[in-house]
Ligand binder design. Structure first.
Ligand SMILES: [Zn+2]
Length: 203
């Protein structure tokens, strides 16, 4: 059973030369014939989509939009492969998903706009309306939460904790952590150790 499913999947996966050309030429005549998804962004498009062509190795193709949806790909906001307007909530979910998975890499408003197929301005405004914080604030919250985890659960040095959450500028990492959490990363780690020791003593 499993082997059969794998076989079907690999058939759907294989991108033909013709399909690849249709994608890079934005060929509308292929729109009813297949859809393509980009593994790195989790978004799927019609062949005619004017978004920047992805790397060939990251593409998966599907015969129907439903197949792509079943595999948890999200419809592109620009070419609307499901034929409906993509609700803003869905669009913003695409962006937060991306941040949750890529917070350790450089993430800017421009990158988020690119991967979610919108303009930076529109993305910023819509994000703020739905999440009540800006995309940059969301990135910072995710990064600080991961940093707290690393500080309490690993022995990584402060600089490495910063790097692990995508903040290579160590002084800036420390400043932002203090501003958002109320302690420096080192203080936070020490407080946590003390708290743990008190906990152990009580047991
Ligand atoms: Zn598209």
């Amino acid at each position: 059973m499993v082997a059969q499913v794998d076989q079907v999947n690999s058939q759907i996966d294989s991108l033909s030369e013709q399909q690849w050309l249709a994608i890079i030429m934005n060929d509308k005549s292929y729109d009813s014939q297949f859809f393509y998804a980009v593994k790195t962004t989790g978004i799927f498009c019609r062949p005619s989509c004017r978004s920047r062509p992805p790397r060939r190795g990251n593409i998966r193709t599907f015969q129907t939009a439903d197949q792509a949806l079943t595999e948890n790909f999200r419809p592109c906001k620009r070419c609307k492969p499901t034929g409906q307007r993509l609700p803003d909530i869905e669009w913003i979910a695409t962006v937060t998903d991306y941040i949750d998975r890529n917070y350790m890499k450089p993430v800017t408003l421009e990158i988020l706009a690119e991967i979610s197929h919108g303009s930076p301005y529109h993305l910023h405004r819509t994000f703020k309306r739905i999440k009540e914080i800006t995309p940059v604030e969301y990135i910072q919250i995710i990064r600080m939460n991961k940093a707290r985890e690393l500080l309490t659960q690993t022995d990584l040095g402060i600089v490495d904790v910063g790097i692990s959450v995508g903040m290579h500028n160590s002084p800036y990492f420390i400043t932002l952590f203090k501003k958002m959490i109320g302690f420096t990363p080192l203080q936070y780690r020490q407080l946590n150790i003390k708290r743990k020791q008190r906990g152990d003593a009580a047991e």
